[in-house]
Design a protein around this ligand. Sequence first.
Ligand code: CAA
Length: 241
Amino acid sequence: MSRVAVVTGGTRGIGEAISIALKAAGYKVAASYAGNDEAAAKFKSQTGINVYKWDVSNYDACAAGLKQVEADLGPVDVLVNNAGITKDGMFHKMTPEQWYAVINTNLNSLFNMTRPVWEGMRERKFGRVICISSINGQKGQMGQVNYSAAKAGDIGFVKALAQEGARAGITVNTICPGYIATEMVKAINPEIVAKNILPQIPVGRLGEPHEIARTVVFLASDDAGFITGSTISANGGQHMI
Ligand code: CAA
């Protein structure tokens, strides 16, 4: 029987690559998205992967969305908490809206999404929770106090929850991508990318979404059962810890 995987923010960017890679690896995949209906429809027609619209910053919406996924595909075995946003700005100009939007979508979503599937994973004695954090949660990034705080929080979430899941056959890990060629990075002023970001990446290029997706497929597999609580960097050598 195929395992069921849910990928939040699974219709665009890194999430799209993750959804496609998990499907290719034999999973029944559900991709959630927040608002871009056009991109979701295109993704669905190209991949045949089920799409679901809900806001990961809202607990009730996540619980209801996951209930629908379980009714359609079966119990969730693999949860990929990928959805994330940026609202960059120097801290002295940052608004409460920029702060709370990023914390709610990038950090509170981990509770909202994981809590509703956790008890089922415990009962079935198998689960994989994979959170997509960021290099900027590891090292901090000017212009991203909100994002860096949320992404660092993701790493703490994983380290604590991994300890709780270990005896129940559930692994919980985080991947910290560096700068990947997605719309999120393309939204940065190209002059800043050329002057400040690319020179800091030893491999000399942005990463590709599929390079993150392959890591997710591995962490989801039975072979990765001894890896839990880990923070895996995939950043072209930009930051090593
Ligand atoms: N690294 C190093 N220096 C940076 C920088 C960066 N990433 N971003 C900005 N700076 C520098 C600028 O070069 C500038 O320096 P000078 O004064 O010497 O010219 C200074 O910081 C101020 O920058 P701006 O003039 O651009 O200030 P602003 O108020 O107009 O804009 C900003 C601020 C919106 C934060 C803008 O600088 C910006 O977008 N920076 C990029 C921030 C960033 O790296 N975001 C990552 C988004 S991708 C992502 O988050 C995915 C992931 O997980 C990696």
